[in-house]
Design a binder for this molecule. Sequence first.
Ligand SMILES: [Zn+2]
Length: 306
Amino acid sequence: MGKLINSLGRLLAERVDILIMPRMGSSKKFKVRVLTLVLVFVLWLIITLCGFLFFIRAYDYNITKADNNLMRVKMKLIADELERGRKYLDLTRTTDTQMRQMLGMPGGKFINLPKGWEEAKAKEDARFSEAMSKDLKDLDTEEFEQYIDSIEDSAKTRLASFQEIAWYFANRREGLNSIPSIRPSTARISSGFGYRLDPFGHRTTKRHNGIDFAGKPDSPIVVTADGVVRHAGWVPSYGQAILVDHGLGYSTLYAHTTQIRVKAGDVVKRGDRIATMGSSGRSTGTHLHYEVWKDGQAVNPRDYFK
Ligand SMILES: [Zn+2]
């Protein structure tokens, strides 16, 4: 073993001649140690390897960059596609209004939405137009999702509206079932329509747009006339609420409910169970707040059942 190392040491220490012979002129002769040659070779190997690694990384980086560019192009395509879809949705809104006018549906607008609805809608619209003021490419994932959601919502609203128009068209000749004429709940009436009296017997300024039924939690709520569900879900202060259009200028509202069984666009028949009594929204106890609207005015629901 020692012998081998000795001879290797001798070999490395040995000098070899390197001859450089140009075609013209005299040749040059260098004396180089084998050790130097080995070192040069190792150095060359290291440089080559480093170069190779560097190349691989640069290659990777460029591939990623190309991928990103491709993604951006794809996103742009999707965004354009969505934008086109949204424009068509806007067009259907015009068609909607025209159909309503042709059918003589009151004012081209079936009902006046209660106050909370308008506020919720305005908030939604503001959020939407804020998202829309940005270039679609610049939307982050969350905003993009919101954007898609708003398109979906708007499509659902439109569909519900068309179903409502179709329903109105099919039913307007036999308007009898469209007029609210039963109790929405069998529970006792705990608060009437109009101005309430304060504890001193004075009329308060706040008008009560409906009547209240106070019953046991989860007791059934039924729809009081045939119609189409315009809205089913959360509304500020009304809680989980259902708004039903009945045609002929009538609509009814059921607030503070739980366990809603219908969704916007559903056709409902008088007496159908649509939810149960709860205490959602601004409510102090389990009760149903029930409103009847006629031609955009809240009327006394007490006049619409025996
Ligand atoms: Zn009430």
